[in-house]
Design a protein around this ligand. Sequence first.
Ligand SMILES: [Fe+2]
Length: 231
Amino acid sequence: MRKPNKSSRKDYFLSGIIKYFIIKIFNSLDPLKGPLAEKGYLKSKIKNVPSFNSDNEIISTKEIVEYVFQNTKVLNHIKKYIFQPRLDLVRIIQSPLVKENDQTLWHHDSCGHRIKLYIGLDSYLKKDIYTELVPCTNRNSYFDYNFTRIILTSEEKNIPTKKILLQKGDIFLFDTNMIHRGNYSNDVSRKLIEVEFSSAIRGFILPGKIGRKKNKRENNLLDLVEIKYCF
Ligand SMILES: [Fe+2]
C-alpha cells in the first residue's frame, strides 16, 4: 500500500478544517435555539406596562414597546432564534377583524422564520378573539413559500392546538412559519401592538428560509418614530 505523502496529508487536514467551518457557518445561520425553539411560541405577562394613550398613539406605542424590550427577555429569545435579527415593523392592530377572511384559515406567513410579538392592549379578555396555533410546526419546511393556505397533515391534526387570548399585560411571541389562524368576530374588536422581526441577511444568503416580506408595510410606525432596541 502506498504511504500517504506529505502533501496529501496536508490536503486531508485542510479539507477537515474547511468541513468543520462550513458546518459551523450553517449552524450559526439557522440557529432556531433558545426557549422559543421548543414549541415555536412563548406567552408571558409583564407588570406595570404603560397604559395605551389613544390621544397620542405614536408616542404611546413607542413607550410601551420600549418598556417591553427593556423589561422582558423577548429580545434575548429572538436573538437566539433568528440569525442577525432586525426590527421590521411596529403597528397598532385594531379590529373590526372580519370573520371568515383569509387569516381565519390555517396558514403560515410565506416568509420562513419570522417572529411576531403581540402586546395586548385590551383591558379585559375578549374570549371570542384569539390566535390559534399548531405547536411545534415552526420547523416545517414547505416546497412553495407562496402557497400559504394549507391543509393539516394527519400528524398535525393530532397535535392539540393552542389558543392565545390577549389582554393588557400579556405578551406573545411566535414564529410565523408555524401553522396558525385567527379566530375573529364581526362584533367584538381587539386591540394590540404588533412587532415583527426577521433576519437582516435574508435575500442574500438565506432566500426563503429566514424571512421578511419585501413589500412596504402599511401603517408601519417605524416610518414615523424611532424605537430603541439593542440585540
Ligand atoms: Fe398569519
